[in-house]
Ligand binder design. Structure first.
Ligand SMILES: Cc1cc2nc3c(=O)[nH]c(=O)nc-3n(C[C@H](O)[C@H](O)[C@H](O)COP(=O)(O)OP(=O)(O)OC[C@H]3O[C@@H](n4cnc5c(N)ncnc54)[C@H](O)[C@@H]3O)c2cc1C
Length: 578
């Protein structure tokens, strides 16, 4: 089928959160042809599998059919058991809808100042007011009707009703408020510290709304100027001098074929967008030449500035009365936003997610957890190619906590979470408090499957029956001898534990960052145009120059909404592809 494809006005490579927004918005003009290419399979409102559709989001990303199965990353540089830097599976969506089809559906925007900061860094046209306009455009907030919210966008946003919040999360919220953190209603309103109900993107009937459903509705899919081609990989870009003329793509099982386009928009996500540019010869020339890739455009910043939010966790055993009863319900039920004590802390630079259950299985149901992450991280990593072969995943090195300010804040957050869960009011009703992390071991034993399910069920029953021996069981089997008391008493020990146990939150971004034309590390301008080339834009999470104080899905969709308007305005001004 790809062989007969005609030249299109807009070729969109990658049908994730951003790609679906752009396909829907750019095809609103019937005179423009749009082709959306996605490596994964299609999902629609009717065909969404149960684990993707579910309001409890903890299974979708564990299914290898929904992710890039061989993508791995170095998280913090901590060694594995053989002394090498440990590589861990890094889940990224490979399905129409991308991250929005497998993520936890948490709907945070960050501070408007995050987008003012984009402008300050040199991304022309960006500021908080502009971002707010597009946040409003993308959402249908069912709870609030004020200057912060939209009422008729494609993505429904709602907070968990109070009667759905688990007894454990309610108890943690009460403890936080008693300790002086103000209770607030809307974390997407005025940017303030406090304790908030979680906000998620689910439909009125309680289903996930990925961008492939919210934006690519039946009506949009019926447009004759829009073609959506799934099961198709973008291999590399094609050129005529300094103009990008389209891309070579290959449908599963078919030969590669070029697709000519007026403008090519790369929306393959925080890791794969820069990899496509690098494979195509756009990036640091020396790095590319060492892999035998002909350098077409020397751009030092491609693959650099990789950003994530570093995370650590503290958990407690929940007796039956404190557990979530409705296992279909979303588990991330409240958040604490606070400002750290480092000298240059930005307001609300720390985020604690309060979980009513920690995983899909029996043990997860018995653990209440506070996830702590640095919401304005300073550490930066990079993505490099290992090979020119598009089948080989790139080398991803997050270098989380390489900036000491991130380590300081994560230690402080860990101490705070431990203090909250060890509060006498909570300790009276919960079990032992202990450190947790999303380690490879946890991933391995949490993978869905009958053998794991059997073992986990057995162990969860043992936890219930253990009574006074529960602490010992947790100490030996769960934490493998690491004790909270010892960590809290020994700063170096705590630093070592956090360095080894830190994980990300799947918010990879920044690797084709926006900036001013004279900034040597900028890759794109404020409209996503790749500097120094014609006909090419990057329009997804990879162009964020700094990480917003938020999970990155809504910010990515906001960004794509704005860029769709920028692209349309350029067309009106006769500037297509320039
Ligand atoms: C497990 C998980 C949980 C998360 N939880 C949350 C959350 O609760 N809230 C939140 O706000 N954010 C969350 N995020 C982050 C958020 O989903 C992402 O930041 C967002 O989806 C990024 O959008 P994107 O368009 O940049 O990339 P993506 O949505 O990843 O889209 C990229 C698309 O390009 C496709 N692609 C890649 N390479 C190729 C190729 N060669 N050819 C063709 N297609 C290709 C991919 O298959 C994918 O569909 C989570 C992410 C994950 C993975």
């Amino acid at each position: 089928m790809t062989r007969n494809i005609q030249a299109v006005d807009y070729l969109i490579l990658g049908g994730g959160s951003a790609g679906c927004v752009l396909a829907a918005r750019l095809s609103e003009d019937p005179s423009k042809t749009v082709l959306l290419i996605e490596a994964g399979r299609d999902i629609t409102r009717d065909s969404m599998p149960k684990d993707i559709r579910a309001r409890y989001p903890g299974l979708a990303y564990l299914d290898r059919a929904n992710i890039w199965p061989t993508l791995e990353a170095r998280i913090s540089g901590a060694p594995d058991t053989k002394g090498k830097q440990a590589l861990r599976l890094y889940e990224q969506g490979r399905v129409l809808g991308g991250g929005s089809a497998i993520n936890a559906m948490v709907a945070n925007r960050g501070a408007l100042d995050d987008y003012d900061e984009w402008g300050r860094i040199g991304a022309e046209g960006w500021d908080g007011e502009t971002a707010l306009r597009y946040f409003r455009k993308l959402e249908r907030d069912v709870d609030f009707d004020n200057e912060y919210h939209g009422k008729d966008g494609p993505i429904p946003v709602r907070r968990l009703p109070a009667n759905k919040v688990s007894p454990f999360v309610q108890a943690v919220k009460r403890t936080l408020v008693a300790q002086g953190y103000p209770a607030r209603d809307d974390q997407n309103g005025l940017w303030e510290d406090g304790v908030f109900p979680s906000c998620i993107t689910v439909s009125d009937d309680g289903h996930r709304v990925p961008a492939s459903v919210g934006y690519l509705t039946d009506e949009v899919r019926a447009r004759s100027n829009l073609t959506i081609q799934t099961g198709t990989h973008a291999l590399k870009l094609t050129f005529d001098g300094k103009r990008v003329t389209g891309a070579v793509v290959a449908r599963d099982g078919e030969d590669p074929c070029p697709i000519p386009a007026g403008e090519t928009l790369v929306t393959m996500g925080g890791i794969h967008s820069c990899a496509l540019l690098l494979r195509s010869g756009i990036g640091p020339a020396e790095e590319l030449q060492s892999l035998g890739i002909c350098s077409r455009h020397d751009l030092a910043g491609v693959g650099k500035n990789l950003m994530e939010h570093p995370l650590i966790a503290v958990s407690t055993y929940l007796p039956p009365a404190l557990r979530m009863q409705d296992l279909e319900e979303h588990h991330d039920q409240a958040l604490l936003r606070y400002t750290s004590s480092i000298s240059d802390a930005e307001a609300g630079d720390m985020h604690c997610a309060i979980l009513g259950r920690t995983a899909w299985h029996g043990i997860g149901q018995r653990l209440g957890t506070i996830l702590v992450w640095v919401n304005k991280a300073f550490s930066r990593g990079e993505v490099r190619l290992r090979s020119a072969d598009p089948r080989v995943e790139p080398e991803v090195d997050f270098r989380l906590l390489s900036d000491p300010r991130d380590m300081e804040r994560l230690k402080e957050g860990f101490r705070l979470a431990a203090k909250i869960l060890s509060n006498p009011d909570l300790k009276q009703v919960c079990g032992p408090v202990f450190p947790t992390s999303y380690s490879e071991r946890v991933k391995r034993v949490s993978a869905p499957g009958p053998w794991n399910a059997f073992q986990l069920r057995l162990f969860s029953k043992m936890l219930d029956w253990a009574g006074p021996l529960r602490n010992l069981l947790i100490h030996t089997v769960v934490t493998k001898g690491i004790s909270l008391r010892k960590l809290l008493a020994d700063d170096r020990g705590l630093e070592g534990f956090i360095g080894n146990s830190v994980s990300g939150v799947w918010h990879a971004s920044g690797t084709c960052r926006m900036g001013a034309p004279d900034d040597p590390m900028a890759v794109t301008d404020g409209g996503g145009r790749v500097l120094g080339l014609d006909g090419l834009r990057v329009c997804d999470s990879s162009i964020m120059p700094s990480i917003p104080r938020a999970n990155t899905n809504l910010p990515t969709m906001m960004l794509a909404e704005r860029l769709a308007d920028v692209i349309k305005a350029n067309e009106d001004a006769g500037l297509s592809g320039t």
